[in-house]
Design a protein around this ligand. Sequence first.
Ligand code: SF4
Ligand code: SF4
Length: 183
Amino acid sequence: MAEKKTKIVKIIKVDADKCNGCRACEVICSAFHATPRYSSNNPERSRIRVIHDPLKNIYVPVYAGEYTPAECAGRNKYTIDGKEYDECAFCRASCPSRDLFKEPDSGLPLKCDMCETEPPLDEPKCVEVCLADALIYEEREEEVEEEEVQLDELELGVEALADKYGLDKLMDTVTRMAVSEKE
Ligand code: SF4
Ligand code: SF4
């Protein structure tokens, strides 16, 4: 039988009613992920975006989720307090149908990595700077197959390298390593 391991599931609870639209979360996320760290900030590079309607005082923070190579076959439209939002406004995917959650220069997908770094932070940066307490960080323990833990660790490791050195450099290095392995 496959061995079980304990995995920490990281959760950020979003209380949209408390969000005041200050966008500090967007600024700190882009600065934290800049290379070198904090060397620049640009909300277009943030892995959290605040969908807003200032006249109705509606702000909804949305986190960047998975990349998808194909857009959905259908569309959703949301109406909240009488305001109709853009199609896909609250979707977390980095998807070919829109520019949201894409690195503006390269077009590469952006995904929230919960600010994984070494040594680990006490809480993600966006949570730390949210003075309105709209973002609350929690951790939960779950039992999973050992292989799943290894895959998660591998993915986070690769993402950290891509953030640090850039995806192009990382891909070049992996290709070079693969070629020298074959020789
Ligand atoms: S920092 Fe908090 S209050 Fe400000 S926009 Fe982000 S979620 Fe909303
Ligand atoms: S948890 Fe970190 S990576 Fe994710 S949106 Fe917040 S600041 Fe960005």
